[in-house]
Design a protein around this ligand. Structure first.
Ligand SMILES: CC(C)(COP(=O)(O)OP(=O)(O)OC[C@H]1O[C@@H](n2cnc3c(N)ncnc32)[C@H](O)[C@@H]1OP(=O)(O)O)[C@@H](O)C(=O)NCCC(=O)NCCS
Length: 259
């Protein structure tokens, strides 16, 4: 009987970038421009890296080239007591594109939500709230579909006035209507974490597959997750959220920023 050959296996790490990689990350975004991905500005980029909120994907053993990146940027000013973050800076190159059963952008959404809520207890203690938005161009069907698939919720018009104001600073007013806003709530977080646990995040790696477009061959991808919030010490806490035992307290974006 003819046996199918074992799929080619690729191992990658998803890890938190550090500031020594700042320039490499700028080069990565410069070398992989995309129509609906505004290049992150240096301040937001450096802040996200410094906070451990920018994840990069690299070959597991060589740790050389960056093949994908994703981040959470500050969306409201850091001084606000109503903290608001933005899922942003996601770029997936063809080295790790087209994966299933979930693609890498979906995995990135779930990992970032998990990271964000893992610090919630501390924030509640000091009287801060946190929210999370994602902004997508209506023509970017892949991203739009991925956000919906992962349980993010469309924001209804009218948007809070501080968001309208912020739009003037980076979106040309003529394009304003092309950008859709989503937010995550406790249910979105729970759905995302459930998916991660189904994929075996507690083993510290996630396995995905694809049929390579250029070769037509099946490939297996193993992503080793090296993110602080998913270490053994915190994973039970995240499991409690996935199981609905604990609420992560992610609030909808506030109507007004409170300082
Ligand atoms: C939107 C995005 C993050 C979605 O990621 P994803 O669903 O995990 O990955 P995709 O299936 O879109 O594939 C990403 C890459 O892999 C390639 N790819 C897809 N399926 C493939 C396959 N089976 N074999 C080989 N390559 C494949 C795609 O052509 C694409 O490469 P390219 O950018 O050089 O054209 C990704 O398409 C991207 O980086 N887009 C540009 C930036 C962007 O829009 N960011 C989001 C802003 S909200």
């Amino acid at each position: 009987m003819h046996e199918e050959p074992a799929p080619e296996e690729h191992h990658f790490t998803i890890r938190q970038a550090t500031l020594d990689l700042f320039e490499s990350i700028c080069i990565f975004y410069q070398n992989h421009p995309a129509p609906y991905l505004p290049v992150p500005d240096v301040v937001k980029l450096a802040d996200a890296i410094d906070d451990g909120r920018l994840f990069i994907v690299q070959d597991y053993s060589a740790r050389s080239e960056i093949v994908a990146a994703t981040a959470i940027f500050d969306y409201a000013p850091r001084k606000a007591r109503t903290l608001v973050y933005e899922l942003s800076g996601t770029r997936v190159t063809s080295d790790v594109g087209g994966l299933g059963p979930l693609n890498l952008q979906c995995i990135f959404i779930a990992l970032r939500l998990g990271q964000l809520v893992s610090q919630e207890e501390h924030l509640l203690k000091v009287g801060l709230s946190q929210s999370l938005v994602a902004i997508v161009n209506e023509d970017n069907e892949t991203s739009d579909g991925n956000l919906k698939l992962m349980g993010l919720i469309p924001m209804q018009e009218p948007l809070p006035s501080w968001i309208d104001y912020d739009n003037l600073t980076w979106l040309a007013p003529k394009d304003k209507d092309k950008w859709k806003f989503y937010y995550a709530d406790d249910r979105s977080v729970q759905e995302c974490l459930k998916i991660l646990f189904e994929l075996g995040i507690d083993r510290k790696f996630i396995s995905l597959t694809r049929i390579n477009r250029s070769t037509g061959k099946k490939e297996k991808f193993v992503f080793w997750v090296d993110i602080h919030s998913f270490e053994t010490l915190y994973i039970l806490d995240l499991k409690a959220i996935a199981d609905g035992v604990r609420a992560p307290h992610l609030t909808p974006p506030p109507q007004r920023l409170i300082f």
